[in-house]
Design a protein around this ligand. Structure first.
Ligand code: ADP
Ligand code: MG
Ligand code: MG
Length: 255
């Protein structure tokens, strides 16, 4: 049982006079076994939230707390966050020259578990997960992210999540750039993980379509750097019909 708690989180990007507050008091709790969708218009700070939890150096936390099972996440290095059980696909470099997907995954698993996974079971696990994600076996020998298509990047992200078995996974725009088949395959990967274990999922998205495949337990509407409304899966249906306009208007009037 794990719990990720975000309390009154304030984050800025840029330095000195250029510093701009992007997150303006985010409150959110994600527990094992729960799937939360964060939905909001472009530029509302959704990715900033993901990067801040990941520990990206460009983002400065100016207030608030992030804890995992009571431990201070903000005091942890990026590696420590992964070892603590947080999975954030974008914490990994865009391209890793000369490192194959296969070696990359094994190195990551070793770093997280503190020992190398047994080679024979590992090779079998990677192979069967790749088959489930309908990935060509040759993909394992390609260099990480080198020339990956949008769909391959997203599949690789889910493959990492499947093999690293995190306590809490944060998936940012996992649906962007996917055709319907790829969206279904990627969503099934997430759903398998939900069914098998106690993972907590924070699914960040601009569009409602992925939520047809991955049913969230909670939906949070995110506008101008904070959560402005919360509900169940039915809130996503409302957003699908009505969009974000009403929330954006409210937040402008308050600003
Ligand atoms: P979303 O993911 O909801 O579309 P982002 O978190 O990407 O929103 O961006 C929120 C705001 O923060 C935008 O105005 C964006 O331009 C700004 N921003 C995000 N990251 C940076 C950065 N590294 N440098 C400067 N501005 C940034
Ligand atoms: Mg505040
Ligand atoms: Mg984004």
């Amino acid at each position: 049982m794990s719990v990720l708690e975000i309390r009154d989180l304030h984050v800025t990007v840029g330095e000195g006079d250029d510093a701009k507050e992007i997150l303006r008091g985010v409150d959110l709790t994600v527990r094992s076994g729960e799937t939360h969708a964060i939905m909001g218009p472009n530029g509302s700070g959704k990715s900033t939230l993901a990067y801040s939890i990941a520990g990206h150096p460009k983002y400065t936390v100016t207030g608030g707390t992030v804890t995992l099972d009571g431990e201070d996440v903000l005091a942890m290095s990026v590696d420590e966050r992964a070892r603590a059980g947080l999975f954030l696909a974008m914490q990994y470099p865009v391209e890793v020259p000369g490192v194959s997907v296969s070696n990359f995954l094994r190195t990551a698993a070793t770093a997280i578990k503190g020992e190398a996974p047994k080679l024979r079971t590992w090779v079998k696990d990677v192979k069967s997960e790749m088959e489930l994600l309908e990935m060509d076996s040759a993909f394992a020998e390609r260099n990480v992210n080198e020339g990956f298509s949008g769909g391959e990047k997203k599949r690789h992200e889910i493959l990492q999540m499947r093999l690293l078995k995190p306590a809490i996974a944060i998936l940012d725009e996992t649906d962007s750039g996917l055709d319907v088949d790829a969206l279904r395959i990627v969503s099934e990967g997430v759903n398998r993980t939900r069914e098998e274990g106690e993972i907590g999922v924070l699914l960040i998205t601009h569009y409602t379509r992925i939520l047809r495949y991955i049913k969230p337990d909670f939906v949070h509407v995110f506008v101008a750097g904070k959560v402005v409304e919360e509900g169940g899966a039915e809130l996503a249906d409302k957003l699908e019909n009505e969009g974000y306009a009403a929330y954006v208007k409210d937040s402008n009037e308050q600003a």
